[in-house]
Design a protein around this ligand. Sequence first.
Ligand SMILES: Cc1cc2nc3c(=O)[nH]c(=O)nc-3n(C[C@H](O)[C@H](O)[C@H](O)COP(=O)(O)O)c2cc1C
Length: 268
Amino acid sequence: MEIYEMKILIINGSPHKGNTWRLTEEVKEQIAILDNTVKYEEVHLSKLNLPFCTGCSACFRKGHAFCPHNKYIQPIMDKIEGCDGVIFSVSCFQGAITALTKNFTDHLAFLLHRPRYFNKKALIISTTGGVSANTVTQSLANTLPGWGFNKCYQLPIVALSWNDYKPTEKHKKKAYKISKAFYMNLKSKKLHSPKIGVLIPFNLFQAMCEEYAPGTEYSTQDGVFWKKYVGMRYAPGIPLPIYKRAIGRIIYQIGRYLSSKMIITYKK
Ligand SMILES: Cc1cc2nc3c(=O)[nH]c(=O)nc-3n(C[C@H](O)[C@H](O)[C@H](O)COP(=O)(O)O)c2cc1C
């Protein structure tokens, strides 16, 4: 019998291996207590030399393959596709995610229009000197479900240190609790029903897609993408109770009503 090895991708959105990386290593140690066969792959955004998102909107209009920086982005998208879960390791800079992380997520903003990763789960780790680690983790936890992520765990920690963080016993306990919940959820392969907030973009963008179909004045990739979800209120295989289906249908109807009244134009 073939033994399944869990694959976790770690995206280091900090410009160095500092306090947040130390906490990430702690998480790996805690997961190893539960399962020492887990395979990790690391992406260090600082080593990528990813240029800033130019705001050209080619990803939205033509498809992300037309992004001028696709050669940097596509391999990471493939890695996300190929793993069971993703750990985002992001320091708190000025009460927010690092610029490296913001630049990376800007390149993937089109995923809010055309979500995928419906069976992926994330653990978002952040450390701060004093305040706002939770703002960092929450901000990514707000974004990732819009990309399709099924579940997000958060581990925000106040490190009280410049680059010399040593996890306290209390922090180790918290890291263990969250790491265990993340690992067990990955292992279970259980897929969770989306929150109502996630149904909004899914159904609105789907409802609007006809205005942007090929051959229309302002056609975009959305007009092609949503064809595979016609009649679906959320992605196939994800549990959706009847009441959420009904809410999705209402959002869809609102989207249909609004779409012809607010066409999004672009410079040709
Ligand atoms: C540019 C910069 C901005 C920072 N902003 C904050 C802040 O807004 N609030 C805070 O409490 N600590 C702040 N700190 C401290 C870091 O959040 C803290 O040292 C954190 O653990 C750094 O993680 P890292 O070593 O993984 O980069 C800042 C540090 C730097 C270098």
